[in-house]
Design a protein around this ligand. Structure first.
Ligand code: ZN
Length: 291
């Protein structure tokens, strides 16, 4: 019996160490990692006539116009360049200066400054990006996926099967992502320490889509930053968790926000919300960067 208990205690200790390593708790002690810096790239913007689609139950947002920023994040790590989110398809939107009217939610998307040009401004071509991922496979996040066909793709298996797999449900226009099917792909089944040093951790935050994921980044000087993706669309929904009407699983959406809030608190992380236009306006944009 004694041996049985000891072995259980050992298992518990090992499990706690594994969790601490995965979420980078050790990183808060100043452990050296391979991450160097992160750029925030402009990946377009959208406007919609009714904010209440994202805030069910909030009367004052009914028929209130909203602008949604759209950012991509480029991380320099000793093991290579990683792009998180790819934005609206620049090839299509570049031809539509007045914007692309989407068939859903009455959004109008614009992308006057291309991702390719912003990479060039810091001396990179898409072929030099080694790793690519996105919070989910909606077209405002995977639009430029085909530009990075040599990068290793990190995606939850559930998201891949739902949207990307030929038998799945295509993620809709603008379509410039199909080549992703040919990328070297790591299909994930949960939270994942991308580089094995706690500096970049993919956190599952399912709900908005079946395999939605967020990214916890730990920079040497700027500290921990949670990139929420569309787990929330703006700060108000972080402070008071709500599931937008279009979410795949509303209950899971709320649980995921609670999960992210716990990880943010444990790591004293900043919260960066991709589509929060007011917050995005306060960030340093590429070619400036956070180190
Ligand atoms: Zn989005």
């Amino acid at each position: 019996m004694k041996d049985f208990k000891s072995s259980n205690v050992l298992k518990l200790v090992c499990a706690l160490v594994a969790v601490a390593t995965l979420y980078g708790c050790a990183g808060t002690t100043g452990r050296a990692t391979g991450i160097e810096k992160m750029y925030v790239l402009y990946c377009g913007e959208g406007s919609a006539p009714d904010k209440s689609r994202w805030t069910p139950g909030v009367k004052e947002n009914e028929n209130k116009p909203i602008t949604l920023s759209n950012s991509c994040y480029l991380i320099k790590h000793a093991k290579g360049w990683m792009l998180w989110e790819t934005g609206y398809a620049e090839a299509l939107l570049g031809m539509m200066p007045k914007g692309f009217p989407t068939p859903v939610l009455h959004w109008v998307w614009k992308n006057p400054k291309t991702l390719t040009q912003q990479l060039a401004d810091i001396g990179l071509t898409p072929a030099q990006v080694n790793f690519v991922g996105f919070s989910h496979a909606h077209p405002d996040h995977i639009g430029n996926g085909s530009l990075f066909s040599t990068a290793t793709l990190y995606i939850q298996e559930s998201e891949y099967n739902f949207y990307i797999d030929p038998k799945g449900k295509p993620p809709g226009p603008p379509a410039n992502w199909q080549k992703l099917r040919e990328n070297p792909t790591v299909k994930l089944k949960g939270d994942t320490d991308v580089f094995g040093d706690g500096s970049v951790t993919i956190i599952t935050s399912t709900g908005h889509t079946p395999g939605h994921q967020s990214l916890l980044v730990k920079l040497p000087n700027s500290g921990a930053i949670m990139l929420t993706g569309d787990a929330v669309h703006f700060r108000d929904n972080w402070d008071t968790p709500r599931a937008p009407v279009q979410n795949f699983d509303k209950e899971a959406s709320i649980k995921s926000v609670e999960k992210l809030r716990g990880i943010v608190a444990a790591n004293n992380a900043r919260v960066w919300i991709n589509h929060d236009d007011a917050q995005t306006a306060t960030l340093k944009m590429s070619p400036a960067y956070y180190d």
